[in-house]
Design a protein around this ligand. Structure first.
Ligand SMILES: [Zn+2]
Length: 199
């Protein structure tokens, strides 16, 4: 059997022996194969580059423009991990809705959440004077009671006193209580050995 066909690669007419033959020669067949392999490689490259190298800045700008945010957008905007956002969603602190299995958060609800947090921390923050008579803003959440430190760090009260004195860490006295900055304590003792709520 002889069939007149046009070569898929070079376009020349040729006599094929089966209806399935697409190329005039072995050489055209090979060239076509190589070309398609190259095209495929290029395509894959473009796709993976798209996935991996959208700059952080651009992602942030995109997230800012969205009315409906995904979890990853919220994480980006608040600069926290996605699992933190997931936790806020599970606990009901951050309003959300679902479309099929996708979780979406309205931009306004994210802002509402932040606004509520802001009001809360304002209530806790006071302006006080430290020992050098400078006015500092005091937010209880940033401080330990002195008496809490031994508990959380598994050290004696004496040792805490000694460290605080030698490192020149300031105790803030408010009413009957002495407070020390959590960040300063962490700098000395590392991570607390017990989990502290709200921290
Ligand atoms: Zn050909």
């Amino acid at each position: 059997m002889v069939v007149k066909k046009r070569c898929t690669f070079c376009g020349k007419q040729f006599q094929a022996h089966t209806t399935k033959t697409r190329f005039c020669s072995h050489s055209c067949n090979q060239k076509d194969y190589k070309l398609r392999a190259k095209e495929k490689r290029l395509k894959e490259n473009v796709v993976s580059r798209k996935e991996t190298t959208i700059p952080y800045r651009d992602l942030l700008e995109i997230a800012k423009c969205k009315a409906y945010l995904e979890i990853k957008d919220c994480a980006l905007l608040l600069n926290v991990s996605q699992s933190t956002i997931n936790r806020l969603i599970r606990s009901g602190e951050l309003a959300h809705f679902r479309i099929t299995s996708r979780v979406l958060i309205r931009q306004v609800d994210l802002e509402e959440y932040c606004k509520n947090k802001l009001v809360k921390s304002n209530v806790n923050t006071k302006s006080i004077k430290n020992s050098s008579d400078e006015t500092i803003s005091f937010n209880k959440e940033d401080y330990y009671y002195m008496s809490e430190v031994p508990k959380y760090y598994n050290v004696s009260a004496k040792s805490v006193e000694r460290h605080i004195k030698s490192k020149g860490i300031e105790k803030i006295k408010m009413g009957r209580f002495n407070y020390v900055l959590k960040s300063e304590i962490k700098r000395i003792f590392g991570a607390p050995s017990k989990t502290i709520l709200n921290d």
